[in-house]
Unconditional design. Structure first.
Length: 540
């Protein structure tokens, strides 16, 4: 048995884990956060994402960045890894979903979540420093013209983002927490938000929730990959769990462990599901987890496409990573996305945009080859030519439509790789690969900007979804028979175990989900009493 003991162990430091860490320390609990990724100072972020060893996270190949690419059978997933989780790599967008989101059956069957979360949205907005993007970029205005042509120009609006808009580049005392937070500097609109903000303007979680949590005594351990959670079968609420972890990079050495009265799993959708499924199905350390674990995983019904200008006399790289949002039909939302000058690494995922929904791989490959042969100069210029980041606009398309897949744990195709996550398609509501509305918007945008429409490898070759917002997998329910967690994110059958991240979202928001995850985390932790108020150790 380990001698090290905490009231709460939090697995992961993204929006769910960071909110939990700060609020629990405020309530007087002793907290340790175990984060698989590394810790970054602003100066550690790469100047360009071609410096891929500091951009991608793949420690077995000595890549120790903060962006992960995971390929499942149904989707290519882009997600963050590092102290601060997805806030290191996301595009700052912190917007609430439309009211219709809360009318989805999976929300409505349990509670009036719109009313429940209202005060917690406000708290999360204040903590994350949400502000309206103060100016538009040229690509934003081109997309507004596209929306105008559909009769929807009135839906065009500035994005709400977590960025400090003080005097550009000028450092000043903490503007958010009465001097208790770190010094900050105003945004210089370089477009580098998703390559890691080197200028202290992006409101990542290490600038707010995590910063304040550490200041109040929370312990944060980076490069600590949690491998198992063991439930200690004793009647005492103290030391209910033992959490095992190991070094995530380099020589891993012997496993380490820490005892905990409570555990919050907040490792992001893929990290949380991998850990819990492994504990239930392989290790057997949490055998009473709900049979619904891994169900109702969603891609946010999105597409990641783009347009590359044919000429080089443009610069779409300046501005915020995302500064505008517009509807192109009642259920489809589009946001123009940019990378900074010189950060053209993502071109490796780009291919010509083709239509071939539900067609086999061979036929899709033939369509790609024909598209290249018909316009070889377009292919060479838009996908392989110079100044790709300056000439390219990524269009993030999101829909409120439901889609689902199920993730299970089992042997990989190559036996020496051991077990891993497997995605099974829902025949009635499959995750969309090719989205008709997305293709229409991209082609119209390309025509207005003298560009070439681009797809991505996953969709173009394999008709797979591409998503930066994978959610679901731990459904809410009143019992283990119909959900993994209850309405307070407590895991059924395991008192003291919580799941607080995007896996518990019961419906597809159709917009960037980070603010909703933070609000849900604020709510969940608000249900935990202060440590001093407990008659005995434990929260039940």
């Amino acid at each position: 048995m380990t001698d090290e003991h905490f009231d709460f162990v939090i697995v992961g430091s993204g929006f769910g884990g960071s909110v939990s860490a700060f609020r629990l320390v405020e309530k007087g609990y002793r907290v340790v956060v175990l984060e698989e990724g590394r810790r970054f100072a602003d100066s550690d972020f790469p100047k360009t994402n071609w410096r891929f060893w500091d951009y991608l996270w793949l420690p077995t190949l000595r890549l120790r960045g903060f962006m992960r690419l995971t390929f499942l059978r149904e989707a290519m997933v882009l997600h963050g890894c590092g102290v601060g989780g997805g806030s290191l790599v996301y595009a700052n967008v912190l917007m609430e979903p439309d009211p219709e989101f809360f009318e989805e059956p999976e929300w409505r069957r349990l509670a009036d979540w719109r009313s429940i979360l209202r005060p917690h949205y406000e708290t999360a907005r204040r903590m994350l420093g949400v502000a309206v993007a103060p100016r538009f970029a040229s690509a934003d205005l081109a997309l507004r013209e596209v929306a105008d042509s559909y009769g929807l120009g009135s839906t065009f609006r500035a994005a709400e983002v977590g960025v400090f808009f003080g005097e550009p580049g000028l450092e000043q005392p903490d503007p958010y927490f009465g001097g208790e937070g770190p010094t900050r500097a105003g945004c210089i609109f370089c477009g580098g938000c998703m390559v890691g903000c080197r200028y202290n303007a992006k409101n990542t979680l290490v600038k707010n929730y995590l910063y304040l949590a550490e200041k109040r005594g929370a312990v944060i351990r980076s490069e600590a990959r949690v491998t198992a959670i063991h439930a200690n079968e004793t009647p005492s609420p103290s030391r209910r769990f033992t959490v095992e972890y190991q070094r995530a990079a380099g020589w891993r050495g012997l496993p380490l462990s820490v005892a905990a009265d409570h555990v919050v799993v907040a490792a992001g959708t893929l990290g949380t599901l991998e850990l819990l499924l492994r504990c239930r199905d392989e290790i057997g350390s949490l055998p009473r987890l709900s049979p619904r674990l891994g169900e109702q995983v969603r891609t946010n019904s999105e597409a990641l496409l783009g347009s590359g200008a044919r000429h080089s006399a443009v610069d779409f790289s300046e501005g915020l990573a995302i500064s505008a949002d517009v509807l192109v039909d009642p259920i489809t939302r589009v946001q123009p996305v940019r990378y900074p000058k010189g950060s053209s690494f993502m071109r490796l995922l780009a291919l010509p945009l083709i239509e071939g929904r539900n067609q086999p791989w061979g036929r899709r490959f033939l369509r790609v080859a024909l598209a290249i042969l018909r316009r070889p100069l377009d292919f060479l210029n838009s996908l392989l030519g110079p100044r790709w980041a300056e000439r390219t606009t990524i269009l993030l398309v999101m829909q409120r439509l439901e889609n689902q897949m199920t993730l299970r744990w089992g042997p990989r195709r190559l036996p020496f790789l051991g077990n891993g996550l497997h995605a099974a398609r829902d025949a009635l509501r499959p995750a969309p690969g090719e989205i008709v509305q997305a293709h229409r918007v991209v082609r119209d945008f390309a025509r207005r900007t003298n560009g070439v429409a681009m797809g991505n490898v996953a969709e173009t070759l394999f008709d797979m979804a591409a998503t930066a917002h994978l959610i679901g997998g731990c459904p809410m329910g009143l019992s283990a028979a119909d959900g993994v967690v209850d309405l307070s994110c407590r895991v059924h059958n395991y008192p003291g175990l919580f799941v607080i991240d995007g896996t518990v979202l019961p419906a597809n928001p159709g917009i960037n989900p980070s603010l909703t995850i933070a609000a849900l985390a604020e709510y969940a932790v608000s249900q935990i009493p202060p440590r001093a108020a407990l008659p005995a150790r434990g929260t039940g």
